[in-house]
Design a binder for this molecule. Structure first.
Ligand SMILES: Cc1cc2nc3c(=O)[nH]c(=O)nc-3n(C[C@H](O)[C@H](O)[C@H](O)COP(=O)(O)OP(=O)(O)OC[C@H]3O[C@@H](n4cnc5c(N)ncnc54)[C@H](O)[C@@H]3O)c2cc1C
Ligand code: SF4
Length: 223
């Protein structure tokens, strides 16, 4: 559910990724009621796009308060029915006992009893959330910083700095030693996969929308 984090403890309490759709901008009224003037939004591409869309549609007063956005790479999410109808019915994995999930080629599921399970992704496709079928944005392209789990190093976060604001924050965090970094050249396969998955999503551009912005280059430049 959408949450407002106001301090370090709140941020740590909301860490960890839930593979479901969460419309985090809906926490805006709660943030404002608490006196927030500047809000950092965390969410998948569809959420990171909300402030710029609001700005373009003359809801600038609201959009201006979203001063930073951290986007999460995302190729699709699933309807809640996937828990009883797939994980529990076919694999005996009760939602209440799932402690962590990840998607890396397969659905990875960790249970409270310490066991680990893999569910083939192709079995999950039938529960794809309807809106995701027409989502063209894998890499949260409106965000200041986009982050994802793809790549060779499972315990690192793939991070794309997209704007000057994002770069400033990233450099400050690096200088302060609160994040540990390594160059993307360490993992060229991650960039190749990022581009491939971005293209797959971009093909979903709805035919009813304005023509697709031709922003994805046809050749792969050096990262
Ligand atoms: C629905 C979903 C699909 C994803 N799909 C991919 C993918 O296909 N490929 C890929 O490389 N990466 C994907 N990611 C991103 C990846 O799983 C991690 O979220 C990202 O790498 C950041 O991890 P972290 O450990 O650095 O941060 P974490 O400590 O995991 O923090 C993540 C932040 O995101 C917030 N958050 C968690 N779940 C949600 C949610 N459902 N909606 C909005 N905000 C949320 C948390 O509150 C926290 O602030 C997806 C994430 C989500 C939520
Ligand atoms: S696939 Fe697109 S619409 Fe679906 S949750 Fe991810 S970013 Fe949002």
């Amino acid at each position: 559910m959408p949450r407002v984090a106001r301090n370090r403890e709140d941020v740590l309490a909301t860490a960890g990724s839930r593979y479901t759709y969460s419309a985090n901008p809906l926490a805006y009224p709660e943030a404002i009621a608490g006196g927030a003037e500047r809000i950092a939004l965390v969410g998948m591409g569809c959420q990171a796009s909300a402030p710029p869309v609001m700005a373009a549609r003359k809801a600038g007063k609201i959009a201006r308060r979203f001063t930073l956005s951290i986007g999460l790479l995302c190729s699709k999410t699933f309807d809640d029915a996937i828990f009883p109808e797939l994980f529990e019915a076919r694999y005996g994995l009760a939602r209440a006992d799932i402690v962590k999930m990840n998607i890396k080629g397969v659905f990875q599921v960790w249970m409270r009893d310490g066991s680990y399970h893999e569910v083939p992704l192709k079995e999950a496709h039938a529960w794809t959330r309807e809106g995701c079928s027409s989502c063209p944005d894998f890499a949260a392209e409106h965000a200041d910083i986009s982050t994802g789990g793809i790549g060779a190093f499972g315990d690192w976060t793939l991070t794309l700095v997209r704007t000057e604001k994002g770069e400033e924050l990233f450099n400050d965090m690096e200088a302060a030693g609160v994040i540990e970094t390594r160059p993307i050249e360490d993992d060229p396969g991650a960039v190749t996969l990022l581009r491939k998955l971005s293209r797959v999503s971009r093909k979903r551009w709805p035919s009813t929308a304005v023509p697709m912005p031709g922003r994805l280059p046809s050749t792969t430049p050096a990262p």
